[in-house]
Write a protein that binds this ligand. Sequence first.
Ligand code: KIV
Length: 306
Amino acid sequence: MTTRPRTPAPGKPAPGKLPLTELAELKARRQPIAMITAYDAPSGRLADEAGADVILVGDSAAMTVLGHDSTVPATMDELLILTRAVTRGARRPLVVADMPFGSFQVSDEEAVRNGIRFLKEAGADAVKVEGAGTTLSRVRALVEAGIPVMGHIGLTPQSATMLGGFKAQGRTAEKAARLLKDALALEAAGCFAIVLEAVPAPVAARITEALGVPTIGIGAGVDCDGQVLVWHDLLGLYHGQSPRFVKQYANLAEQIKGAVGNYVEEVRERHFPEEQHTYSMPEEELAEFEAALGVLDDGGKVGKRG
Ligand code: KIV
């Protein structure tokens, strides 16, 4: 008899899932945390198989997969679909859904309503929110509702226009101190980890030392407790200009273009499909079919001759 997989009790990680509390233990053991973005089931599965600890379904999807010029147009509906796909593919990594612009800015209530949707409808383990300031009250409300929250400060792409563009943050003593204050406030509000984006390495190192929760750096130096990169940047799939902090580990765009180009050429030259890609049928069935075609040619009706 087959039995349904046991549904974990609320608050219990699914079987095989990295417990959220393990992230703080990794920090304590000085074991770096590997986080990467993913936006669909195959990339979720591959990130899992490659050993990633955390998968972020980033609102960077607006730029990497939806063709926008910024992350601002990403919607709840889009992020819910992408997160659901990733959680179907990934088992062990914690899946963090990025709360898109407009989904948490208006009120604590709306933030909680949308955060709940990510956990209930998309199977996310946690959500990420950008900024400090009014975001602090959203973090408290989300955490009180039982929704684990990852913070994100430094370069926060949803407010890039207000920051003067996609620029490094915290490069003066005053701004660095502001970042440290914001990180401490996010930790106090209940964040279980904080992304530091485009922050000078020594500033990120001091923030990392000051916090009990892990920092995840992107363009923030090697002393953060973990690192995150965007799937398309890491694999050479993004067509636009990647930021300075990106390391490209593969050039899949070239490989894909080569493979698709070969396919197009083989189709045009009738080299594809070959024998092994086609289906056969019994000889007598084929003969009967062809005889029926003869009737069709003669009188317009498919049927047996005679
Ligand atoms: O949306 C995203 O991918 C992110 C990462 C760059 C941290 O927020």
